[in-house]
Write a protein that binds this ligand. Sequence first.
Ligand code: HDE
Length: 733
Amino acid sequence: MEENKKHNAQSDVNVNENTKNEQLEHFREDPKDQYMTTDQGVRISHTDDSLKAGSRGPTLMEDFHFREKMTHLDHESIPERVVHARGSGAHGYFQPYDDTLKEFTKAKFLTNPNTRTPVFVRFSTVVGSRGSADTVRDVRGFAAKFYTEEGNYDLVGNNIPVFFIQDANKFADLVHSIKPDPDNEMPQASAAHDTFWDFISLMPESMHMIMWVLSDRAIPRSFRMMDGFGVHTFRLINEAGKASFVKFHWRSTLGAHSLVWDEAQKLGGKDPDWLRRDLWNAIDMGDYPEFELCVQIVPEEDEFKYDFDLLDATKIIPEELVPLRPVGKMVLNRNPDNFFAETEQVAFHPGNLVPGIDVTNDPLLQGRLFSYLDTQLNRFNSSNFTEVPINRPVCPVHNHHGAGFMRQTVNKGKVNYWPNSLGGGEPKMASESEGGYVHYMEKIDGHKIRARSESFNDHYSQATLFWNSMTEPEKKHIVQAAHFELGKVESKEIRVRMLGHFSKISNEFAERVAKGIGVDIPKNFDQKSTGNYEDNEASKQMKKGKSVKTSDRVSMEKNKIETAKSRQVAILLEDGFKYDEVMQVKRALMEAGARVKFVSKFHGKRKATNGDEIETDKSHITTASIMYDALYIPDGKESNEAMLNEGDAIHFINEAFKHGKAIATSGNGIYLLQKAVVLGVDFADKEGTKIVTSKGVVTAGNEARAMDFVASFIDAIKKHRHWDREEKTMVPA
Ligand code: HDE
């Protein structure tokens, strides 16, 4: 039924999506069949030598082509974003499933299932500079620009549903503490240094966020495999003017999956573009990333019903209290044509709102409403950045902002003010019924005060909820992350303070962290927040509000989506493998949606036992096990024996094993796995008919049915990582 609805919604669409493409087309340059010209359109006859007075003489000032070319290069960069500098973008569309959200909002793009709204999404890391590695431990930005018929709407979110601080006035301090130190500009793209943990250890409000940042959420396997969150509570407004509170969520249809920390660090060196490349290749190959937009809706009258404040961005609304309601799907189906013009120049702003969506008084959101426009002015040096193609709305834009650097629009006539009679009073105002944006008329009554509400003054409950909702492997990863991060902190005082906070979250957690960082948990720890908190009636009401102690929905493991779609599988082989088996496995993997690469010692052709050949895609020099989700080693005595004598092949196997990846082999390959010191798993008898799956290692005797073998392998791939293998510490890699 639900599926049908989705299907029908796709067939009869008013493809607003094309409007954006046409709009952009005018600016898109295609060099096909064209001459190279100067910026003035003059054809260039030669671009490889500058104009000189004699072939050994000085360059002449009159060389307008050289001067123009050089000037362009000299001015090619714009200031990188102060945070979220490193990002990757993609085009796509959003389409609602049905019109049922009309009950809550009049925003057409959320309620008209016949409209596909074009979107541009930019994923990013936060801390590192533009050229930094993709796989560092960090929050990921998840910013979406919807080019709706009623103007641009930006949902500028993250892949973690809460934030470090409650008030925007602390943002500069947070950013300074986490960015490289001001004296030596180290470390790059990492929180693992004294200044960050010093700041955090004095900021109890950051504890919930810290738990998420130490968790595997902060090292996603792919931008396509992470969830997104609007973080703040926003408002939806319906046709009748009634408001409801709302939290926005993006759910990846591939599920949320992560790397292993060791893998993330190695990828940072071997392929710093890992996440960017993954997104680009997936779109290029037609594996379009998909995200379901969901909302949590809280009626206005329930504002004080919970034991946390909806305006506090360090809190989630547990889904057990308010379930997610699916709204529609976003599909990212087109790579940008030009990184600078699109991904670098796109300018997001949480204040880009359309009728039907409004903000709340969340003090973090309020600060953001100032910052984004301000930061764009620094980056673009002009308020005309809204005219850059990637930032232009698809609906008409008419106003009297007529000047400034690089103004594109040529406004006609004498009248550039309002009200006017000489211009016939146009462009005119729109009433609410004509689509005019009207701010929600919230009643405000209060003293001017530098303080927060007392209802913001609980910094540990949801950090505890997060810890208590994790599976054991997830807890283990959080502890290991804390060992790394705090292990890099030189000040013992800061480490002790962090243990104090951790003991308030969970004694078990604090004790496990303490073991790895060489300091003891402090007694009677009480680090007060630096904020001023003012008691009020609303806070009293919230103290008695509803809560939950755990929330299964915050665990990635408990919500794992099992799919082999777009998983990367390495096939390791040398001369003398069994051709038919390889082809059968490859075909089945591809049918399940996985992607396959042949890897051997060198690039070139490898010969099978029957004489057929396979061209390898990668050599051990150009790839590594960390670039794959699973490993298959085909049977073949000669091939397997060659690998036994190849350090790189053995390392590949060991590392894939250590990182919990699905591994499959049959016949002689079993002997290879055993010799490669794959420990603590059961193997099939290599001459038998049995298939054995043991902790994600699938082995089959050479009499086993190939199709059953592949099916077991695909099942193991679907599980993503087999953490039960981590129990073994004796894996060299
Ligand atoms: Fe941002 N943030 N932020 N942020 N943010 C920026 O704007 C800021 C916050 C987020 O791909 C900047 O254009 C303040 C929360 C994303 O281009 C800047 C505060 C969330 C991106 C800025 C926050 C975000 C940014 C830098 C606290 C999740 C990248 C460049 C009050 C809901 C967008 C720019 C892109 C970028 C300010 C906190 C998400 C400086 C003041 C919370 C995804 O304006």
